[in-house]
Each structure stands twice: as C-alpha cells, then as structure tokens.
Ligand binder design. Sequence first.
Ligand code: ADP
Ligand code: MG
Length: 205
Amino acid sequence: MTADQLADLIERMAARLLAERAVLNRLDAATGDGDHGSSISGALALAVQEIDALEEPSPQAIWLTTAQALLNGMGGASGAIFGTFFLKGAARLQDAQRISQVDMAALLEAGLAGVQARGRAQVGDKTMVDALAPAVAAFAAAADFPSAWRAAADAAAAGAESTRDMLARQGRAKYLGERAIGHVDPGATTIALMFAAAADTHTAE
Ligand code: ADP
Ligand code: MG
C-alpha cells in the first residue's frame, strides 16, 4: 500500500465509524457510559483533517497522526488503548514508502502487543482485543493483501460477536458483572467496522 492508500484507509474507517456512531453509542450505553461511538468517530474525523494537512504524508506520518488524534481527541483509558495501537504500528514504519502485506501484518501485530501491554486485556475479557487478536492472526495467515483484509474483517466480526456471552474483566463493563452478558462490546464492534472498511479499500501492492 502507498501513503495515499493508507490515508484513504483511515478516511474510510472514519466514515464507517461516523455512520455507525449511534449504534456504537447504544452498545456502550448498555455496558458503559454511552460515549464510545461519538468519541471514536470524532477522534478519527480529527485524524482525517490532520492527515489532509500533512506537508509530507508518509506512511509513518499518517499512522502517527492517527495515533495522536486518538490519544488526544478521545481521552480516557480507551483513547490511550486505540491510540497505542497506531502508535506502536507507527514505530515499525520508519521511512517505508510502500507497505507490503508482510509489513502490514507486522504493524498490526505490534499494535496488538502494545494494546495488550497497555490495557492488560486478554482474549475472553470482553474488550476490543476479542476482535483485534483474531483479526491480526487472520491477516497474517492470508495469501495476499486483499484477501488478508477480508479474512481479518470476517475474524473481527466473529470476535466481536463472541463478546456477547462474556463477562467483562476490563473497562467500565466489568462493574456490571452478569448484567454485561447479552451485550456485544462496543470497542470490539469498532474494530470489526474498521477492518470491514479496510476490506472495502483498494489495496494493490
Ligand atoms: P470509556 O470506557 O472510557 O468510556 P469508550 O467507551 O470509548 O471508553 O470505549 C470502551 C471500549 O474500550 C470497550 O468497549 C472496550 O472494547 C475497550 N476497552 C476498555 N478497557 C480496555 C482494556 N483494558 N483493554 C482493551 N480494551 C479496552
Ligand atoms: Mg464509554
């Protein structure tokens, strides 16, 4: 992927989350404080603006700008978690101008490791990690770039759905105990939507 394609990717993710903002807020209202859709879509809209304003939109600058928009524009624990995902990926990019599937797999893996180091969530804790971990694994295992995004999107969607029957061990939802059961985690749904948006993006190497 080129820098232009990465910028387009972030834009599509932002548009998708904006379109689903009310759905995500409603999911968060059931297990948290109801702000997730507004805060993630607002922060990504900010990322798109700031990417447009970059003088040298390299892949690393695009990923770093997205990280900073999430860290600053989202606030709270989840801003740090979603921001860390892009921040750790950005550190991997250095001065690369084109991103292969193998590069992207390493980027996503670094992001996931950063998220887990920061938030301490494991698969099964009813967080975005339940969608992200299987998506990253599916991406790395796929044969080529377009099928990697599609496989990751499918794995993320299944991972998000799997949170429905879980008790929460991280985030605000953990205070609900048994009452969290029956509700899909909003952050995991966001990850599924982000990968779905990526799967719709042109990703020729
Ligand atoms: P807040 O809980 O601060 O209001 P959001 O509503 O924006 O933040 O995001 C909530 C989402 O953050 C949850 O649905 C969950 O997926 C994710 N999350 C919360 N805590 C953690 C954690 N420790 N590790 C990974 N993800 C987490
Ligand atoms: Mg919330």
